[in-house]
Design a protein around this ligand. Structure first.
Ligand SMILES: C[S@@+](CC[C@H](N)C(=O)[O-])C[C@H]1O[C@@H](n2cnc3c(N)ncnc32)[C@H](O)[C@@H]1O
Length: 212
């Protein structure tokens, strides 16, 4: 199952007009689908190229990812970083980390990535310095907590991107705990004077938030 809000024909058309993934990223995605549980968690080509271009066009040099899984979005964003740029990614699942490491080692961009194993909130508390861009894509019930934790570490003018903020459309009438948490997070961002934001209807919804 793919998490998309537009019909499959339009999604496939948009994907087909989007720049293709390179060899390592394509193999990472294919192997995730073939061998890993819950492969629909992959952001996929459309959103992956979007993330890369966001990193590249904002000139980000230091990126934080919350929720790496098998490394697809991390490697996509690392491609957009300059030489000497850094991406720190948080992941709790050792099997996903072992999988991702194999592909990071094969990519020229893998050396920009540092994996922090363990609960993301603990990792974030111990991170020094400021970030240019943060991608939130871990457990949905904690989105607001992650937002609060990363805001002080995001530079003025920095960007937060949060995935799945439409939660398959359920946010308009949230029933599950995840959808309720995402809807609360979306309300929280909307009422936060520290940021400007636009909720993009790419894939399952991506919140594009800029700290003033
Ligand atoms: C939707 S997936 C991430 C997908 C990834 N960004 C990609 O594009 O392939 C969410 C990931 O967050 C991880 N996760 C869940 N709770 C976490 C936590 N408290 N700390 C760190 N990682 C967590 C899960 O193990 C899972 O791999």
């Amino acid at each position: 199952m793919m998490l998309t809000l537009v019909g499959p024909d339009i999604e496939e058309y948009a994907r087909s007009k989007t720049s293709p993934d390179g060899k390592v990223l394509s193999e990472l995605a294919a192997q995730t689908v073939d061998t890993m549980p819950i492969p629909e968690m992959l952001t996929g080509q459309l959103e992956g190229r979007f993330l890369k271009l966001m990193v590249q066009t904002t000139g980000a040099r230091r990126v934080l990812e919350i929720g790496m899984y098998t490394g697809y979005s991390a490697l996509s964003m690392a491609e957009g970083l300059p030489v000497g740029g850094e991406l720190i990614t948080c992941e709790i699942d050792p099997a996903a980390i072992a999988f991702a490491r194999r592909y990071f080692e094969r990519s020229e961009h893998g050396k920009k990535i540092t994996i922090k194993e363990g609960p993301a909130l603990e990792t974030i508390k111990n991170l020094d310095g400021q970030f240019d861009l943060v991608f939130i894509d871990a457990d949905k019930v904690n989105y607001s907590t992650y937002y609060d934790a990363v805001m002080p570490k995001l530079r003025a003018g920095g960007i937060i991107l949060a995935d799945n903020v439409l939660y398959s459309g359920e946010v308009v009438d949230p029933r599950s705990a995840n959808a309720k948490a995402i809807a609360e997070f979306n309300d929280r961002v909307r009422s936060d004077d520290r940021v400007e934001q636009v909720l993009l209807t790419i894939r399952d919804g991506v919140f594009f938030i800029r700290k003033k």
